[in-house]
Design a protein around this ligand. Structure first.
Ligand SMILES: Cc1cc2nc3c(=O)[nH]c(=O)nc-3n(C[C@H](O)[C@H](O)[C@H](O)COP(=O)(O)OP(=O)(O)OC[C@H]3O[C@@H](n4cnc5c(N)ncnc54)[C@H](O)[C@@H]3O)c2cc1C
Length: 338
């Protein structure tokens, strides 16, 4: 019997992952995703989708390692299944190169990706501006395929989706027994949470089918990620910049930096551009809160502020968020019995 009505606000990679986790692991819950925008119009849709976490302050490395590992393992299983091409998930190998020695040569996620090692001198010869490099195999999760696939999985688990802009969580609590806030940048006005801000990212798509290996500058400024139908070349990281229009100067800078890193791109044709706003926050917010309405206490679980690595930790944070609801429901049942 599905006696707990759950609303998930947001249909990006964080919201849909959370919705699927709840629908599949908490049988007493009926899940409805409410979102202003669905695929292909979310920020998640444009993300390059490379699995590579960043480090959030004030969150233990152990917890961040778990989020990444759970996401990696979940997507690796998909990559090895017959669902891989429909879900848009596949393994990709490449290099992360550094102009200066990084403070940590072995990052906290090194044991999660496959075959992590330092690059040899011979490999580094291709990168005369760089002194040090890491070679590893990770995953690429292309959200234009992955989000519709997740949505299908949600519907198969009995979930529902509804296009709607939520302007008041308190009002939503009138109709639901629990709410997940996975609204990304939307949390700035919805809560409102003034700690949320955009980090503008501009990328371009290139026709360069000879490239199969990714290359990324360790400072995150420049990256070349081959995908199913094009190569993603980036990027920019402009804090507090809300512009969604294409900036021609940014495009020229991206092309120039990427060609310096991978000279064969001089022969590549530009096939498109995209601009997105990373939903950034000083630190990711994943915690339990509550709303009080008409004498009822409605659990509210926040899961937003994933910045530049929402795809990379999507499943891990979704599992963590659904665990918080599980605990809240357990406590409610206990109180009801007392
Ligand atoms: C250029 C670029 C490249 C990137 N590359 C990578 C990468 O390689 N790897 C990686 O891990 N990450 C990458 N990212 C980051 C990644 O895109 C984000 O971390 C991720 O998309 C965040 O997902 P989300 O679901 O929180 O937000 P979103 O995808 O923005 O989804 C938010 C959802 O909430 C809904 N919403 C908001 N407010 C309301 C409201 N009031 N009512 C109803 N619905 C609401 C929206 O409509 C939407 O459905 C990249 C980002 C950019 C811009």
């Amino acid at each position: 019997m599905k006696s707990v009505k759950v609303a998930v606000v947001g249909a990006g990679v964080v919201g849909l992952s959370t919705a699927v986790c709840v629908a599949e692991t908490l049988p007493e819950c009926s899940v409805t995703v409410l979102a202003e925008k669905f695929s292909p119009d979310t920020t998640s849709d444009g993300a390059a989708g490379i699995l590579l976490p960043m480090e959030f302050p004030d969150i233990s490395i152990k917890r961040q390692h778990e989020w990444f590992k759970n996401t990696f393992d979940h997507l690796l299983a998909i990559a090895f299944s017959s669902q891989a091409s429909e879900a848009g998930v596949f393994l990709i190998s490449g290099y992360q190169v550094f102009k200066d020695l990084p403070s940590e040569k072995t990052p906290f996620w090194a044991d999660v990706v496959l075959g992590f090692r330092y690059m040899t001198d011979q490999e580094l010869k291709r990168f005369p501006d760089h002194k040090f490099g890491q070679a590893f195999t990770t995953l690429k999760c292309e959200c234009q395929s992955y989000l519709p696939w997740l949505q299908k999985r949600l519907l198969a688990a009995g979930g529902q989706v509804l296009q709607a802009k939520v302007s008041d969580l308190q009002e939503l609590a009138l109709d639901f027994n629990a709410i997940f806030n996975c609204s990304g940048l939307g949390s700035l006005s919805l809560l409102p949470d003034q700690c949320v801000y955009p980090v503008r990212g501009q990328i371009m798509h290139l026709h360069a089918p000879w490239l199969k290996h990714f290359t990324r500058d360790g400072d995150g400024s420049t990256y070349i990620y081959p995908g199913v139908s094009s190569v993603t070349a980036g990027g920019t990281r402009q804090q507090g910049d809300w512009r969604l229009e294409l900036d021609n100067q940014d495009a020229e800078g991206i092309l120039e930096r990427c060609r310096r890193l991978e000279p064969s791109l001089k022969s590549a044709r530009v096939t498109g551009h995209w601009v997105g706003l990373r939903p950034a926050r000083e630190t990711l917010r994943l915690e339990r809160d509550e709303l009080k309405i008409q004498g009822r206490v409605v659990p509210l679980v926040h899961n937003y502020g994933h910045g530049g690595c929402g795809v990379s930790v999507s499943w891990g944070t979704a599992l963590n968020a659904s665990g918080l609801l599980h605990a809240a429901l357990g406590e409610k049942m206990l109180h009801a019995r007392l």
